[in-house]
Unconditional design. Structure first.
Length: 404
């Protein structure tokens, strides 16, 4: 367990920040979350929770709530632009039932984490935009802009969970490389179900789109493209919609509901690689440390695993905080680097110089990995963020015991 009065300041109340806050509080720390937003509000669209993320949610005691609010996805289907199945992967044949992926509205996941933090007495300060950090060996001080001016708050450990454009990363002078711009996407959730015959991902040229259930009466949909094509999605709504429906006829039933960009998330995805994940007693997790391509649906899952791995190292340490932070990175980074690389390999932008062959190459890459039965099993485990063949926290990359 942690020493008496071990104060943790978490910058950012997203998925990584709330999971870390909850885990640290459970491990006996006093946790303060600084979130720039004025209040929690439903944002984003769907998120696919995979085995590694689900194991962490189970360890935090909220796995069943999450499953109840989402939809289980037992198979994944890659389709052509008209919906014809190119490749079906039976996830249920390779994973125990409790680790079949769950597709959930990001807002529901966020709300479940947020309520669990409240029950655990985590202190959350809204309207606090972290600006600078005064790094000190014992307690660093975080300065945030608030309505009442600049407010300092100090902690033995500062966790930067403030996403892609992390202010903590900059304040701690951790050098990061945007490696490179990967994709842009448009996503939403519609309040109706679609037949399972349409579930899956559709590919054509440098674009992909897809739909998955988030419940019996709701469907998460997405459209994504290499950065060049994605610029189209910043323009006029009607022409974007007509082009997407023209290229992907099954999307018509979904996009017919929309008349403007309202009620959808438009995201620019970038990969982030940092020279280090910590500097002194400041550590980065989630997108702040390693934002990745959305292709594998591992961003939120990796953020959840980071949180538990970090807490298990810090709470289990007997050689000081800095040693624990170094081990956190040494243990965790190879797995994250591997997932980041896989997502990058599959991204359309990696192939953007040969637009005519993109779909063919993407499909060939996937077929080569999935078609042999042993390859399929290994690939499902890798996509699920698991190492080795086990189905436990160690397989998800969590070393040591859960500290509560
Ligand atoms: C608005 C939004 C919508 C998203 N929607 C989707 C989606 O629909 N599907 C999907 O797959 N992924 C989505 N993502 C990305 C996905 O949630 C992340 O990749 C993943 O969960 C990692 O989360 P994170 O907590 O590391 O970062 P984030 O989810 O980016 O959370 C970072 C948090 O830090 C806060 N913050 C940022 N800067 C500061 C600062 N200076 N001071 C204080 N707080 C700060 C942000 O307000 C945010 O709450 C979305 C992200 C965001 C921010």
């Amino acid at each position: 367990m942690l020493q008496d009065r071990f104060d943790v300041v978490v910058a950012g109340g997203g998925i990584a920040g709330l999971a870390a806050a909850l885990a640290f509080q459970r491990a006996g720390a006093s946790v303060f979350v600084l979130e720039q937003a004025a209040a929690f509000a439903p944002v984003g669209a769907g998120i696919l929770l995979q085995a590694n993320g689900l194991m962490v949610l189970d360890a935090l005691g909220i796995g069943e709530q999450v499953r109840a609010h989402g939809a289980i996805v037992p198979r994944f289907v890659l389709r052509n632009s008209h919906g014809r199945c190119l490749l079906a992967t039976e996830l249920d044949a390779h994973l125990p039932r409790q680790y079949w992926p769950v597709c959930i509205h990001r807002a529901h996941l966020h709300e479940i984490l947020w309520k669990a933090c409240l029950s655990a007495h985590v202190t959350v300060h809204f309207g606090c935009k972290v600006k600078t950090i005064d790094k000190k060996p014992e307690r660093s001080v975080v300065f945030s802009d608030t309505r009442d001016g600049t407010v300092p708050i100090s902690g033995h450990l500062i966790v930067g969970a403030d996403g892609l454009k992390s202010a903590v990363r900059e304040a701690a002078e951790i050098r990061a490389h945007l490696w490179p711009i990967v994709e842009g996407s448009v996503q939403g959730v519609v309040p109706f179900g679609v037949s399972t015959a349409y579930h899956g991902e559709y590919v054509k040229g440098s674009e992909a789109c897809g739909m998955l259930p988030t419940g019996p009466d709701s469907t998460f949909w997405f459209w994504g493209a290499s950065s060049r094509t994605a610029i189209a999605a910043t323009g006029e709504f009607d022409s974007w919609k007509a082009e997407v429906c023209g290229r992907f006829p099954p999307m018509h039933a979904i996009l017919a509901r929309y008349n403007s960009w309202t009620d959808m998330a438009r995201l620019q995805h970038r990969s982030v690689r940092c020279d280090a994940w910590s500097s002194g007693n400041v550590v980065l997790i989630g997108d702040a440390a390693h934002a990745m391509s959305p292709n594998l649906g591992q961003g939120a899952n990796c953020a959840l695993v980071d949180a538990l791995v970090l807490v298990s190292h810090v709470a289990g340490t007997d050689d000081g905080l800095l040693g624990a932070l170094a081990r956190f990175e040494t243990d965790r980074r190879p797995l994250v680097d591997d997932l980041q690389q896989r997502g990058h390999d599959e991204s359309a932008s990696a192939l953007r110089h040969w637009p005519g062959f993109e779909a063919v190459v993407i499909i060939a890459l996937r077929l080569a990995r999935f078609v042999p039965p042993s390859g399929q099993h290994a690939e499902v485990l890798a996509m699920s963020g698991l190492v080795g063949t086990g189905f436990d926290l160690a397989a998800a990359g969590v070393r040591g015991t859960v500290p509560w």
